[in-house]
Design a protein around this ligand. Structure first.
Ligand code: SF4
Length: 419
């Protein structure tokens, strides 16, 4: 079966001395090694100069064609299956509701984030278009083909949203504008709204405004790290990467001003060394600004500088998932919650019966992200198995069933409800 499950096995969760979370001291990335000159900046792909022919399915045994945005973009495996440009089926999902696009260049992303499969240090062993990212392959497809297919019947498209993921590259802004315009020229953003997953490092306030003017609906910042220390260690100086916490916040504030309430947000990865108290304070800060948080459970991406580290234990993840949902969508404040002296959630600030109903609804445990057409608190961006294998789901890309809720309750250490 062409399931999108990647063959890599997750590392075991750490439950040591009663500590059931990924502590800062444990989550130290490897230092990147030097890349040989002949592999730098996509030289390998440029020198081979193989002309692209339609869809390219990543395969490290083939010479990678010379493809680049804005003519080409990469799609998540789930989006490529749903669009019909590749075969395969997904575990317990018919399709994805978000068409995730990723800009692509032979040089790839010029940043070096420790948890990311697209990071620059990987040019030593894998061409950009062949790299796994959030556990799956990303086929490369001509942008014109994507627009042709979706524009045939945008109103009835399986996609409830499109999202352009920028990367760190000198052409990233201009090509984002071109791809966005190519889409909104042919597809009404009211039928399929567009989100921008930004790369603040090379952006200005004018760039943020331009994405709004060209028809984007929501603007998000991939903050990823929950504290300045974790940020610097995983995406800044710690790994020879150019990002700065302050610049990310500057662009986040610009997005708030330009896109307005509920139309901006930040991505956060849980379990890279922050405490539950720290990440939930960040969630509260975003809500107080008028935005949302979109969460990912840390998974040791194969080939990344953190692939030797443990995935976030499910109990840590479930506590944060539930608390984040209460803050983001149920009006509970972080200061109503209680934490132990290791920063773990001890109580959620609402009555047990109400908490129990919210757990049983299951929405809190679905993948979080920009909304689609079902409900404000149900993400179109369901990213099937982007942060876990199907055998031990972190973010549910579908509505959890009773058996899933029973498992979630065990992970939360909240007794199974007897009706
Ligand atoms: S900027 Fe984004 S794509 Fe580039 S290495 Fe960092 S997380 Fe990955």
């Amino acid at each position: 079966m062409g399931c999108i499950e990647n063959k890599s096995k997750p590392a075991e969760s750490v439950v040591k001395d009663g500590i059931d979370f990924n502590a800062y001291d444990v989550m130290e990335p490897r230092f990147p090694l030097k890349t040989p000159v002949e592999r730098r900046n996509g030289r390998h792909v440029k020198n081979n100069d193989v002309p692209p022919q339609g869809v390219y399915l990543p395969n490290n045994n083939y010479l990678t064609p010379y493809m680049q945005s804005p003519e080409y973009v990469q799609l998540s495996t789930a989006a490529a299956i749903t669009l019909g440009v590749m075969g395969g089926r997904m575990h317990r999902c018919e399709c994805t509701r978000c068409l995730n696009l990723l800009l692509t260049y032979p040089e790839g992303c010029r940043a070096n984030c420790a948890y990311c499969g697209l990071a620059r240090h990987r040019e030593a062993d894998r061409d950009y278009a062949d790299r796994n990212f959030i556990r799956v392959d990303w086929p490369a497809v001509p942008m014109a083909d994507i627009v042709d297919i979706v524009s045939r019947d945008a109103e009835n498209s399986p996609f409830h949203r499109m999202c352009i993921s920028m990367i760190t590259h000198p052409r990233s802004e201009d090509d984002t504008f071109t791809v966005l315009k190519q889409w909104t020229d042919r597809i009404d953003p009211a039928a399929i709204p567009v989100s921008i997953l930004s790369n603040p490092t090379t952006m200005t306030r004018q760039d943020v405004q331009r994405t709004r003017d060209l028809g984007a609906d929501i603007f998000t910042v991939a903050l990823d790290a929950a504290t300045p220390e974790v940020f610097d260690r995983t995406r800044g100086k710690g790994v020879q990467s150019p990002h700065k916490w302050s610049k990310y916040w500057e662009i986040l504030q610009d997005a708030r001003d330009i896109f307005g309430p509920q139309k901006f947000g930040a991505h956060i990865i849980v379990g890279m060394g922050e405490t539950e108290y720290e990440v939930l304070n960040l969630v509260q800060e975003l809500v107080d600004l008028g935005g949302h948080s979109h969460m990912f459970c840390f998974f040791p991406e194969q080939g990344s500088l953190m692939d030797h580290l443990p995935a976030t234990p499910r109990d840590q993840w479930r506590r944060v998932q539930l608390a984040r949902y209460l803050i983001d969508y149920r009006g509970v404040r972080v200061d109503q919650m209680r934490f132990d002296d290791l920063g773990r959630v001890k109580s959620y600030g609402i009555a047990d019966a109400e908490l129990s109903d919210i757990i049983d609804e299951g929405i809190a445990f679905r993948t979080s992200g920009c909304p689609g057409k079902f409900a404000e608190d149900i993400s179109a961006c369901d990213r099937p198995y982007g942060d876990s294998p199907p055998s031990n789901i972190a973010s549910y890309p579908f509505q959890p069933k009773k058996k899933d809720i029973r498992k979630i309750r065990r992970q939360l250490d909240i007794p199974v409800r007897v009706e």
